[in-house]
Design a protein around this ligand. Structure first.
Ligand code: XBP
Ligand code: MG
Length: 253
């Protein structure tokens, strides 16, 4: 079967949201709540192994702040996280987080070619809405047939739940799709649903293992700004477009 759909992760894949958005928002939320916690970039790099902002806060308290007193860790983490989400959405609307190279172009080319688009992320749905509408316009939310976010499945990535859910919603088989990810937890989730996965690394994930990726790139590239291939089969392509995706699909799926 020909390639039919592209399924995108959000954080780290569509934009450098972790460094420019989530980390900044966590620290601003801590300060606003009078907590003297400051997550450095180095610490956040480690904390990213735990997906989901609320789980990340609980992991931090348990592993780094064992003496921190709280009545109920679940509700504490939920309230810090709610404020962090508000701040993150505000940062996105201030235009602080651009899309990574090639993302907007590829969405447009894929739509023109009749490919179906979807999102599979562990982040909060408000964050996805804010990023898409701020960078592409509010109407771009309709470009995605399904937006699967962290609230629709019980287990976050690296579990495969979100990709299984998206495939089921679209009534598609994994072999007819390509997933786009940036992290080890992300590719583990996609692989659980048998999805062939294209990786674009970022500063937090360039040392991750991506043994099963169909190709590993520094970014999607643009006609005037070619990608760097970190691992993959040689190709004439210098940026990711629909023809290159079809080539990858034919080779791997
Ligand atoms: C993203 C996440 C999220 C974000 C923060 O992982 O793990 O937790 O870091 O967003 P992926 P929330 O890119 O693999 O989906 O605070 O809304 O969870
Ligand atoms: Mg990601």
């Amino acid at each position: 079967m020909a390639l039919q759909a592209l399924i995108f992760d959000v954080d780290g894949t569509l934009a450098n949201t972790e460094r420019d958005g989530h980390l900044v928002a966590f620290n601003l939320a801590f300060a606003e709540l009078g907590l003297d916690w400051v997550w450095s970039n180095k610490l956040y790099h480690k904390l990213l192994n735990v997906t989901g902002g609320q789980l990340r806060i609980k992991h931090y308290v348990n592993d780094y702040m064992p003496d921190f007193s709280h009545d109920d860790l679940d509700s504490f983490a939920a309230s810090v996280h709610a404020l962090k989400t508000e701040i993150y959405v505000r940062l996105v609307h201030e235009g602080k987080i651009p899309l990574r190279p090639g993302v907007k172009r590829l969405f447009n080319e894929a739509r023109a070619a009749g490919l179906r688009l979807a999102i599979a992320t562990t982040t909060t749905p408000d964050n996805v809405d804010a990023l898409i509408s701020n960078t592409l316009g509010h109407e771009a939310l309709d470009w995605f047939e399904v937006i699967g976010a962290g609230n629709v499945v019980p287990n976050l990535k690296p579990a495969g739940d979100i990709y299984h859910w998206v495939l089921e919603q679209m009534n598609l088989e994994a072999k007819d799709c390509i997933a786009f990810e940036d992290s080890h937890n992300g590719i583990a989730s996609a692989m659980d649903a048998n999805l062939k996965t294209l990786i674009t690394v970022n500063e937090y994930t360039e040392s991750h293992q991506f043994d099963e990726a169909i190709v590993i790139l520094n970014n999607l590239g643009e006609p005037n700004n070619p990608f760097k291939m970190i691992e993959g089969n040689p190709s004439q392509a210098t940026f990711v477009n629909v023809d290159y995706l079809k080539e990858l699909h034919a080779k791997h799926c």
